[in-house]
Design a protein around this ligand. Structure first.
Ligand SMILES: NC(=O)c1ccc[n+]([C@@H]2O[C@H](COP(=O)([O-])OP(=O)(O)OC[C@H]3O[C@@H](n4cnc5c(N)ncnc54)[C@H](OP(=O)(O)O)[C@@H]3O)[C@@H](O)[C@H]2O)c1
Length: 277
């Protein structure tokens, strides 16, 4: 199974599971828990959530899915920017841990940049690390200038990941941010890897997938898995689609197939402002 190396040297699965929109509807809860557990069984053990998703509801779903099997997962959650002060991030983390029914997270991310200075957020993350409540910390939706600023903050260069919008149709980060992160060994967690299913309606991708004996979702995920230092976190609450997505790990796109996808979804030819959803 393909893994990606964190700056600490630890390897994590290159394909994980997202949870946005889980926990919104009580009647869907059982199915969401079951989908995450199926994913765990299939080795999609990196699970991404956030205090924002269903205002804690998604973390509760994850907590339920992990009962009795917390050690099988690499658990990622995120703090709201407005909570990311020196004290606020600590309190938010403790609330998240309660919902997640665990005493620690593997990775805790600043969800996007807000009004609190990065130095304060990093201080809070370091205090959480010292207390054993988080193992690694990272960021999300930070562009190149933000990352450069983070690198000037004391302790900032221990950032373990940047979670970014990255998929076949959103390749802007390849211009400068992705190379900058690669040079420093910081993985990208590619969110919305199938553009919330919108990418699957792309005629060219559908045709590519049909000709090469895969589904459009598998083609999009296999393309991300072919990128060095990239972790993809598709979300699905359907067992069939969890299996379909997991099977993307069995596909290695060859150079000709990668070139075909470059034709359909050209890489950026100039700087592109960071996109987010
Ligand atoms: N840091 C950030 O700011 C940020 C922003 C967005 C997302 N994220 C994280 O990244 C994760 C993934 O992104 P996302 O949820 O926005 O979008 P996504 O994973 O690209 O797409 C999820 C959507 O696609 C459907 N789907 C999944 N697999 C499919 C398949 N094989 N065929 C057809 N439809 C499929 C899902 O429906 P079903 O559930 O019904 O299968 C769901 O509606 C999130 O869940 C979240 O954890 C982070």
């Amino acid at each position: 199974m393909k893994t990606v190396r964190l700056p600490s040297g630890e390897q994590v699965p290159a394909l994980g599971q997202g949870t946005w929109y889980m926990g919104e509807d009580r009647s869907a809860r059982k199915a969401e828990v079951a989908a995450l557990q199926l994913g765990l069984d299939l080795g999609l053990t990196l699970i991404d959530t956030a205090e924002m998703y269903a205002e804690g509801g998604a973390e509760q779903v994850v907590g339920e899915a992990l009962v009795g099997r917390r050690d099988q997962a690499f658990l990622v959650s995120k703090v709201y920017p407005h909570n990311a002060s020196r004290q606020g991030a600590i309190a938010a983390c403790e609330r998240s841990l309660k919902r997640l029914k665990t005493d620690h997270m593997d990775l805790y991310l600043l969800h996007w940049r807000g009004q609190h200075p990065l130095a304060e957020t990093v201080e809070a993350f370091e205090a959480l690390q010292r207390a054993g409540k988080i193992r690694h910390w990272g960021v999300s939706n930070l562009d190149l200038a933000d990352m450069q600023e983070l690198w000037r903050v004391p302790g900032g260069e221990t950032c373990a990941a940047n979670q970014l919008l990255y998929n076949l149709g959103r390749r802007g980060i390849e211009w400068d941010l992705l190379p900058w992160l690669r040079e420093r060994g910081v993985p990208v967690m590619a969110y919305s890897p199938i553009e919330q299913a919108r990418l699957l309606g792309h005629k060219g991708l559908q045709d590519f997938a049909r000709r090469h004996g895969m589904t459009p979702a598998q083609a999009a995920l296999a393309w991300l898995l072919a990128q060095e230092g990239v972790i993809a976190i598709p979300k699905s609450a359907s067992p069939a689609r969890v299996r379909e997505n997991a099977a993307a790990r069995e596909i290695t796109l060859n150079p000709a197939q990668l070139a075909e996808l470059d034709q359909l979804f050209p890489p950026p030819g100039r700087p592109v402002p960071l996109e987010m959803l």
